[in-house]
Write a protein that binds this ligand. Structure first.
Ligand code: NAD
Length: 484
């Protein structure tokens, strides 16, 4: 039985309160997680604050960059350890974690280290009232102790997406991984110690949200700012906690993203793209498509083609050859997704495919499996169309005009992402301007250049991270005026 301990000031710290970590594929207990209480949170904040002013705070940018490259290299060297840890926690297909989760986990350290090394700040020369000269320049100083609160769907990738830039900018961090996926954040503690990141710079606290490590950490007055990825409702609670002391937040939240397929799209590519965006990672991707709008001339053909793709997805554990769909993360999440499958029926949906849980072999029968599901026929007011489900499912509706597609895509409180399929350049660019989202993909989905901005509008987030935009949250820009 594995034990996942907290990582505080360079040491693994056990507590006498543990909770079970279960494998999504069969619900087996695979580890015990040591829950941090107020005392561990206090200790981590004290360690992180002390580290800000120690060796880490005095380190040259060049040395910091070197160390972060070493972290990335060590993740690559221990690729299999990270991969197995992520697979055990999430049950996702091996091909997915080995092509996306772990490589991106390493890349997040290199890319932000290089950005910090290469991005200049402003500098101006001006005349002073007494006829002299002054120069002023920008100086980026770290924000301080950053709390990093993470979800379970892409555990290493989303955590390092924040830890990478935070450390590159000279902050110290306290990570609160999801209670569902404690493994890779803990393993990263070993990597940090191994490459020589000073004690207290990277800390990990395990536990839940309310009444546990998440709440204690985000309320702690010693935390300078909070970066969070997760549900919009949780974001509201964290924002309330951050109000005390007016501490800044960076939020990447939920979505109810629209995929829009025009009749002139490359049909096969659009079907393949929407298959990915609706079902990848068992639909547990914030950027995923749960609302698909298809132009009427190709609607029936598209529904049929997506149905065939969904039914061809092989459901199974990480190592099954050709597997395309893993389990959902937990029994609780499975119950939530299945409740939406029921709701869709009661709201009057036509179930094109799926709609329930698949029959699985006995040894996997307790896993959190659900069928990929497609609906048609719901009114736009249906809860299934309005609320984020976060499962392998989508509703498909027809549209006639570009204006109608825009109105449908925007009729949501969320504004994270969209994927538009068309061969007309004009249509593509007009849609990118008109749809109120942080990320618009054209003839693609989940294609990312880490130097560019990432984030959501409306209820899908606050602020942007990625590239130089991360520096805006993770540093304070100071102005220095020097009269010559
Ligand atoms: P969640 O909000 O339930 O939990 C996320 C983290 O917050 C966990 O570590 C949890 O323990 C912690 N937490 C919960 N309540 C808290 C509180 N009151 N105070 C402090 N911490 C608290 O989200 P989840 O279920 O882990 O992840 C799924 C959600 O994340 C979906 O809504 C999805 O859209 C969203 N998401 C968004 C993005 C993005 O980039 N926009 C990326 C991935 C996931």
């Amino acid at each position: 039985m594995k034990h996942f301990r907290n990582f505080i000031n360079g040491e693994f710290v056990a507590t006498n309160k543990t909770f079970e970590n279960r494998a999504p594929v069969d619900n087996r207990v695979i580890g015990l997680v040591h829950e941090a209480g107020q005392a561990e949170v206090d200790a981590a904040v004290a360690a992180a604050r002390a580290a800000l002013h120690g060796e880490w705070g005095r380190m040259t940018v060049a040395r910091r960059v070197e160390l972060l490259h070493a972290v990335a290299d060590e993740i690559v060297r221990r690729f299999d350890d990270f991969l197995e840890a992520e697979l055990a926690d999430t049950g996702k297909p091996r091909s997915l974690a080995s092509h996306i989760d772990i490589p991106r986990g390493a890349a997040n350290f290199k890319i932000f280290a290089d950005i910090v090394k290469n991005v200049p700040t402003e500098s101006f020369e001006m005349a002073t009232p007494d006829g002299g000269t002054a120069i002023s320049y920008g100086l980026r100083s770290p924000l301080g102790v950053v709390a990093v609160v993470c979800p379970w769907n892409l555990p290493l990738l989303l955590m390092t997406w924040k830890v990478g830039p935070a450390l590159a900018c000279g902050n110290t961090v306290i990570v609160k991984p999801s209670e569902e996926t404690p493994a890779t954040a803990t393993l990263l503690g070993e990597v940090m110690a191994h490459v020589g990141i000073p004690n207290g710079v990277y800390n990990v606290l395990h536990g839940f949200g309310p009444g546990s490590a998440g709440e204690y950490l985000t309320r702690h007055p010693g935390v300078s700012g909070i970066t969070f990825t997760g549900e919009t409702r949780t974001g509201e609670a964290i924002m309330a906690a951050a109000a005390k002391g007016v501490r800044p937040v960076s939020f990447e939240l939920g979505g109810k993203n629209a995929g829009i397929v025009f009749a002139d799209a490359d049909f096969d590519k659009a079907v393949a793209g929407i298959t990915r965006s609706a079902f990848e990672n068992c639909g547990q991707v914030c950027l995923g498509t749960e609302r698909v709008y298809v132009q009427r001339p190709i609607f029936d053909r598209f529904v049929q083609a997506l149905k065939e793709k969904a039914e061809a997805l092989r459901i199974g554990p990480s190592d099954e050859p050709g597997v395309g769909l893993g389990p959902l993360i937990s029994a609780e999440h499975k119950a939530k997704v299945l409740s939406y499958y029921e709701l869709a029926r009661s709201e009057g949906a036509t179930v094109v495919t799926g709609g329930g849980a698949p029959a699985m072999p006995t040894e996997l029968a307790d896993g959190h499996w659900v069928q990929p599901t497609i609906w048609t026929g719901l009114p736009e007011s249906a809860r299934v169309i309005r609320e984020e489900i976060f499962g392998p499912c989508c509703h498909i509706a027809p549209f006639d005009t570009e204006e109608e597609a825009i109105a449908l895509a925007n009729a949501t409180d969320y504004g994270l992402a969209t994927t538009v399929w068309t061969q007309d350049l004009g249509t593509a660019h007009r849609m990118a301007r008109a749809i109120d989202v942080g990320l618009c993909w054209v003839n693609s989905w989940f294609l990312r250049d880490l130097r560019t901005a990432f984030g959501g509008s409306k209820a899908s987030g606050i602020g942007r991270e990625g590239g130089v935009h991360s520096l805006e949250f993770y540093t304070e820009l100071r102005n220095v005026m020097v009269k010559l």
